[in-house]
Ligand binder design. Structure first.
Ligand code: FAD
Ligand code: NAI
Length: 510
């Protein structure tokens, strides 16, 4: 047993060393070219997005098989599962960000990245119009150059992985006054607002209405995003800010508002009850059956469903408001679905077939949160779909190469039927890999505060484990590090956790 442990530690350290070395010393890339290795025209694969779906595809793809172009306003991948830890400084933003150029550099073929957003997709003529827009980590530094730079790109294959945006349901006031928690800049903005209010409140008399309002952190939406953010903020106040602002833990209110009777509705009932128990224990103010209908610069206006079925209107003052009520389609996706007959009914996202091919189009694929499928809009799904598509594209490239060789042989004066038959058999064998996408659900995890997490885990087809508590919290941390796509981010995340366990979280506004 001692030898086995010794050997596994040795292999583990060796593997880690090798992974770090490979990330830091990428091999030489095959340049983009007009022709493939067999002489046929090399196809252009245009990927829209640098999120979970697009980056999982890119990382896994043999990029030397296509001329790959990636277009996204965000020049980095964002590890969203730990985004709720950023506003409180538990995790440093840079630890969950990975530049797309670094990721692309590690693939076998040269990849072109363009910092731009797709503004129009013409599936009939296989063209995408893009406009240069930067999506900066710092709020406010989202700019376009004075003269808009626009470009039209041709593609042979297009992958749409543009994700979704936070759905405001057109609730009045949300766009003007609320923050979201979707992008890196949102986390920076939430942090700045939180600290700004706390500092401003120190100038006002203790117990005054305005001071209490400024000290109220309100989250609307009790899905995993809202729950994790409320939990992180409450931890921050209780564990760190209380040491710097004595009594702040009694003064501040963390308020979570959910329209349905429970939070975390996709989780097992036992875990919902456990989460609500933890919230009560750590004093997170939870309002369920409460539908927010309007927001102004200081108040949230909501309708509460009473036990007798009647509705009561309430007004809740807030200092910081974060809107986390789930996903809605981006404008690009809404526009695209109106142009394609087979997408006319696609109100919640693009419709794809079992190979992730966009219904009603040729050569277009879509994945992740911009699609509407039987799977939930999660990183887990987008990640598996990205890997699936990389295999699909590799298989398609192989088949196309064989077909090209057959066409060459057919046209040759010394046409060899045996060779054609052999190639045809290889095509048939390769095509056996063109199988539909199958999603393997590994389970769901959420942090609920006070170093406790909940986990709905699935082991194989037969068993499901629902668990919550401090041990689950350790599992939650391990699982998220494992989920992380780069070794650099894994190391940075772990070092952030070590750092805050020694020094605590800092209270600067930035
Ligand atoms: P995204 O990852 O959102 O990527 C979309 C990409 O498209 C971005 O790079 C964006 O800049 C780009 N883009 C946008 N518009 C355009 C355009 N017009 N042209 C070109 N590019 C464009 N899921 C889990 O499974 N586990 C979790 O723990 C988890 N935690 C989460 C925590 C938070 C706070 C949030 C917000 C989500 C979380 N999710 C989690 C859900 C998960 O992040 C999403 O399901 C996942 O990001 C979807 O991947 P995607 O590639 O479809 O979209
Ligand atoms: P969600 O769709 O899961 O939850 C949004 C919640 O907001 C719903 O419970 C809804 O009832 C509520 N709501 C909507 N309108 C409201 C209103 N006007 N007033 C009050 N409440 C209102 O959204 P979320 O949390 O952003 O998650 C989006 C996706 O990302 C989900 O698929 C989720 O599973 C995934 N995700 C997963 C995480 C994890 O696994 N830990 C973390 C974060 C997100």
């Amino acid at each position: 047993a001692f030898r086995a442990t010794y050997l596994s530690v040795f292999l583990g350290v060796g593997y880690l060393g090798y992974s770090i070395y490979s990330e830091m010393h990428p091999a030489k890339q095959i340049p983009q070219s007009e022709k493939t290795s067999v002489g046929s025209k090399k196809k252009t694969l245009l990927i829209l997005g640098t999120g979970w779906g697009a980056i999982s595809l890119l990382k896994d793809l043999d990029t030397s098989l296509y001329n790959v172009i990636v277009v996204s306003p965000r020049n980095y991948f964002l590890f969203t599962p730990l985004l709720p830890s950023v506003p409180t400084g538990t995790i440093d933003l840079k630890s969950i960000v990975d530049p797309v150029r670094t990721i692309a550099r590690l693939t076998p073929g040269e990849v072109q990245y363009l910092e731009a957003e797709a503004t129009d997709i013409d599936t009939k003529n296989k063209k995408v119009t893009v406009k240069h827009t930067s999506q900066s980590i710092t709020p406010g530094i989202v700019q376009t150059t004075p003269d808009d730079i626009r470009k039209t790109l041709d593609y042979d294959y297009l992958v749409i992985a543009v994700g979704a945006e936070t759905n405001t349901f057109n609730t009045p006031g949300v766009k003007e006054y609320a923050s979201y928690l979707k992008e890196a800049s949102d986390a920076v903005e939430v942090r700045a607002k939180l600290m700004q209010n706390i500092e401003a409140a120190q100038l006002l008399p203790l117990g005054s209405e305005e001071r209490n309002r400024l000290m109220t952190f309100t989250v609307v939406g009790g899905g995993p995003t809202g729950v994790e953010l409320a939990a992180e903020v409450k931890d921050y106040i209780d564990q760190d800010l209380s040491k710097l602002f004595p009594g702040i833990e009694k003064e501040t209110t963390v308020h979570l508002i959910e329209a349905l009777p429970n939070v975390l509705n996709s989780f097992n009932k036992k875990l919902i009850a456990y989460s609500e128990y933890v919230f009560k224990k750590i004093n997170i103010n939870l309002s369920v059956n409460t539908m927010v209908q309007k927001v102004d610069n200081k108040n949230v206006y909501a309708k509460v469903k009473q036990p007798n079925g009647e509705f009561k209107e309430i007004v809740l003052p807030y200092g910081v408001l974060v809107w986390a009520t789930g996903n809605g389609p981006r404008q690009l996706i809404k526009d695209l679905s109106t142009q394609i007959d087979a997408q006319k009914t696609a109100r919640r996202g693009l419709l794809v077939d079992e190979f992730l091919k966009l219904e009603g189009t040729d050569g277009v694929f879509a994945l992740g949160d911009c699609t509407f499928t039987k799977h939930p809009p999660t990183a887990q799904v987008a990640h598996q779909q990205g890997i699936y598509l990389s295999k699909l594209f590799e298989t398609m490239a192989k088949v196309e190469n064989f077909e090209y060789k057959i066409a060459q042989e057919d046209a040759s004066p010394d046409r060899d039927t045996n060779k054609i038959d052999r190639l045809q058999r290889r095509i048939n064998r390769t095509k056996q890999n063109l199988v539909p996408f199958v999603y393997t659900h590994m389970g769901a995890l959420a942090y609920v505060g006070s170093e406790r997490a909940v986990a709905d885990l699935v082991w194989g087809d037969w068993s499901q484990i629902s668990t919550g508590g401090p041990l689950t919290f350790l599992f939650w941390r391990t699982a998220y590090v494992a989920m992380c796509l780069s070794i650099k981010n894994k190391v940075l995340i772990c070092s952030d956790w070590v750092k805050i366990s020694i020094f605590g979280r800092d209270c600067s506004k930035e």
